[in-house]
Design a protein around this ligand. Sequence first.
Ligand SMILES: NC(=O)C1=CN([C@@H]2O[C@H](COP(=O)(O)OP(=O)(O)OC[C@H]3O[C@@H](n4cnc5c(N)ncnc54)[C@H](OP(=O)(O)O)[C@@H]3O)[C@@H](O)[C@H]2O)[C@@H](O)CC1
Ligand SMILES: Nc1ncnc2c1ncn2[C@@H]1O[C@H](COP(=O)(O)OP(=O)(O)O)[C@@H](O)[C@H]1O
Ligand SMILES: [K+]
Length: 505
Amino acid sequence: MKLLTAAQTREADAFTIKEEGITSTDLMERAAKAFTCWFENKFQPTEEVHIFCGPGNNGGDGLVAARLLHERNYHVKLYLVGDLANASDDFKVNQERLPQDLKPQFIQQETEIPQLQQKTCVIDALFGTGLNRPVIGLYAQVISILNDSGACITSVDMPSGLYTDSQTPDEGAIIKAAYTISFELPKLAFLLPQHEQYVGKWHVVKIGLSQQFISEVETGLYFITQQDAQHLVKPRKKFSHKGLYGHALLLCGGFGKMGAAVLAARACLRGGVGLLTIQAPQVGYTVLQTAVPEAMTLTDKNRKHLSELPNEITKFDVIGTGPGLGTERVTKTAIGQLLATAQQPLVIDADAINIIAGSEKLKAQLPKNKVILTPHPKEFERLVGKVKNDYDRLQHLREFCAEYQCYVTLKGSHTAIGTPEGKVYFNTTGNSGMATGGTGDVLTGIITALVGQQYTLEEACLLGVYVHGLSADLALHTVGAISMTASDVIDHLPKAFLHLSQPMP
Ligand SMILES: NC(=O)C1=CN([C@@H]2O[C@H](COP(=O)(O)OP(=O)(O)OC[C@H]3O[C@@H](n4cnc5c(N)ncnc54)[C@H](OP(=O)(O)O)[C@@H]3O)[C@@H](O)[C@H]2O)[C@@H](O)CC1
Ligand SMILES: Nc1ncnc2c1ncn2[C@@H]1O[C@H](COP(=O)(O)OP(=O)(O)O)[C@@H](O)[C@H]1O
Ligand SMILES: [K+]
C-alpha cells in the first residue's frame, strides 16, 4: 500500500471531490464522522471533551466533530484559536452550522488558554496536513500548555505542528498525542522512531478517498499490509520435493556465539527451505548437529572462527552470513572471498556487515543485484556514516541501495526496506518484545530461506520482515513482550505462515 505526501493527500481530496461530484464540505463531514466514530468507541460521553480548532480544514474537522459529539450528548467545550479572519471556507461553513447551545470560546492571547486537569480528554484539530511552517507564537503556547497539562490528547489526522513527510524544524512546537487518527492512509511521519512521543498510537480511518487516484499516483514510499504479504506467499505443489525449495548455506557462528547460528538455522528451516547446510568453526559441530538435526554441518579448518568457504560452493542456491561470526582477521578474509567468488544471492547480516563496512574495497566488491543487507541502525551507520535524523537515514538508505544496487532491510520498529530502484517499504508488524538478542539472526534465516525458494530479493525482504514481525505479534498472546525471546519468534513462525496462507476474505 502506498504512503502519500501531504501534497498528494490534498490532490487525492480534490480528485475524490471531483470524481464523486460532492463538495469539499461533504468530504469534511465524512472525515469528521469517521473520526467521531472512532472517538465514540474509545471515550464515554460521561467526560468533558475539549476540542481545539485551528483556522484551516483540520480545524473544520474539529468543528464538525464538536457538533457530532454534542449531538451524541458528549459534554463538549470548543475553542477556536488564533486569527480566524482568513479561516478556510469549510471552516466558516461549519462554524455557521454549530448549534445555538454550543458556544465556542475564542483564544486570541495566552491568558485565554484554559488550564486543564491531568487526563482531561482533548481533541487536537489545530493543524493537519496543511501545516506549511513551524508552529510558533500563540499556537505554540496552546500546544505547550496542552502538552504540559497531562491531558489525554487525540489528534485529528496529524499531531498539530508535526510535518507530514519532512523534518520539522527545531523551533516548531508539536502536540504530544496519545492517539492520532489518520484519514485513509498512515503518514510517513508516523513510521519514524523520532516521532513516537508526538504520534502516540495511530489508527487509520477510511474516508473513501479515490482508489483510482491512489493506485495511479506515483510514489516511492509504501507500507506492507497483510494483503500484500498474503499475495506474496507461494503455495506448495502436491508433487514437489525438497529440491524445489532451495539448498541454503549459512556461514554463521563463532566461539561463544554459536547460538546465533542455531537461531538463524532454525528460522531458515521454519522459513521453508528445502535443504540447509551450515558451515561453522569446529567448536560448533556438536552444538549444531544436536540443536538443528535437520541441517547438515560442515566444519571449518579453524577451531573458533569461520575462515574458509566450503569447497563445492556453487551447489548452494543462496548464502546467508553474519550472525555470530565475529570480526577476526581470518573471518574478514573469508568474507572477502565470498564477495569475490559467490555467484548466488547473498543475505548479509551482523558481523559480516561490520566487516564490509570497515573496508571500502569490500563495499565495492558487493555483487550488484545479488545482495540483501539486514543492518540494525548502528550497523547501518557503520556502512554510511553518522546520520542526522530519521529522514536523513532514509535518504542514506535510498542512496546506498542505488549506489550498490542492493536491497537493505534497515531494522527497527517499522523496518524500512530499500530497493535498488529507490523504493522504500515500511513493515507494519512486530512489537517491542523483539527488542532482545537474536531476533535479527532469526530474520537472516527467514530471508535466506525465502530467497532459496525462488522468491525475488524484493519479495524475500517484504515477506521476510512481515512474517518475522507477525510471528512476534502472535507470540505476544502467549509469552508477552517482556518474556519474549528470539526462540519464541521462531516457534510462532508456523502459525504466522498459516495465517498468511489462509484464503483472503
Ligand atoms: N481538503 C479536504 O477536502 C479535506 C481535508 N481534511 C482535513 O483538512 C486538513 C488539511 O487542511 P488544510 O489544507 O486546510 O490545512 P490545515 O492543516 O488545517 O492548516 C492550514 C491552515 O493553517 C495555517 N497554517 C499553516 N501552518 C501554520 C503555522 N505554522 N502557524 C499558523 N498557521 C499555520 C494556514 O494558514 P496560512 O498558511 O494561510 O497563513 C491555514 O489556515 C487535513 O489534515 C484534514 O484534517 C479532511 O476534512 C478531509 C477533507
Ligand atoms: N520495538 C520493536 N518493534 C518492532 N520490531 C522490533 C523492535 N525492536 C526490535 N525489533 C526487531 O527485532 C530485530 C532485532 O534485530 P537485531 O538488532 O539485529 O538483533 P540481534 O542482533 O540481537 O539478532 C529486527 O528485526 C527489528 O526490526
Ligand atoms: K491535528
